[in-house]
Design a protein around this ligand. Sequence first.
Ligand SMILES: Nc1ncnc2c1ncn2[C@@H]1O[C@H](COP(=O)(O)OP(=O)(O)OP(=O)(O)O)[C@@H](O)[C@H]1O
Ligand SMILES: [Mg+2]
Length: 310
Amino acid sequence: MIEVTNLTRRFGQTIAVDGLSFKVQPGEVLGFLGPNGAGKSTTMKMLTGYLRPSSGSARVYGYDIQNQPLEVQRSLGYLPEGAPLYVDMTVAEFLAFTSAVRGYKGGESLKRIKTVVDLVHLGPVLNKTIETLSKGFKRRVGLAQAILHDPKVLILDEPTDGLDPNQKYEVRQLISSMARDKVIILSTHILEEVDAVCTRAIVISNGRLLADETPQSLLARSKTYGAIVLELDDKEIDVKVLNGISGIAKLEVLATTSGQSFRIYPNKGQNVLLDINKSICHNNWKLRSLTVERGYLDEVFRTLTTRTAA
Ligand SMILES: Nc1ncnc2c1ncn2[C@@H]1O[C@H](COP(=O)(O)OP(=O)(O)OP(=O)(O)O)[C@@H](O)[C@H]1O
Ligand SMILES: [Mg+2]
């Protein structure tokens, strides 16, 4: 597992990472969220031995990132931000090089390269030089080199940045399928990705940890989480009926071009759906839709990160 303790990195006056502590266990997919400049990439660079911490420490499967960097690097795969690659090599040459650096030879090397080429669909571009590839294909080459040795730990800095929707979907599937026995840390600005692939999310701003919880509990911080949106075809209903339902904390009238719409906030832990349903039936309201809101990660993200900025 990974254990990070008070990890700190300064660049002159800037404190890029400020006393971060967290743990990640195998089977977890941890998402790093945070505004531009929050310190996500700097944290990842320290975990991979690319940058030295100013203070604090981190252990990867018991190996210290500063004192045993080679042991750490053997056990991890890293997709850096922007995927810097040897751009004058062809994809095939680059993967052969990566495989040789990882110590593979002959048939084993060919097998590993074939596996990753198939996994991230690089077949059609194998003989193209990397500099001539589109952004998404460069990203895929970066991902291929990160997973070639089937590492126990994967650190992926914005793995789906620049990919088309089909590839985004495939890379997320790939991450989920690899997750069972690995520790995976990824950063992203796509909040739906956190919900889709991460088992846990860490929100960082100005290098500090603001939240460390499941995506579901982050969603539950949303102002509208659990609220019921009711859309009726009726032009005028007696709002007093809705307001009279016990367990309702607030009723919001929503703007609509036809009929009437409401957002109903229940008191915490109260299930008012049954009573709302009864009112609809009892009053013969013409129900268009009834939805329970799941919350919005972008709203939670904004609330968390702008409050600290202020
Ligand atoms: N080599 C460096 N020299 C000086 N300052 C740096 C260096 N690398 C990062 N920083 C600063 O550290 C802070 C954190 O940067 P970092 O790249 O870790 O942010 P990030 O969360 O990855 O942002 P983004 O979402 O834009 O990728 C920023 O203020 C950045 O300008
Ligand atoms: Mg970054």
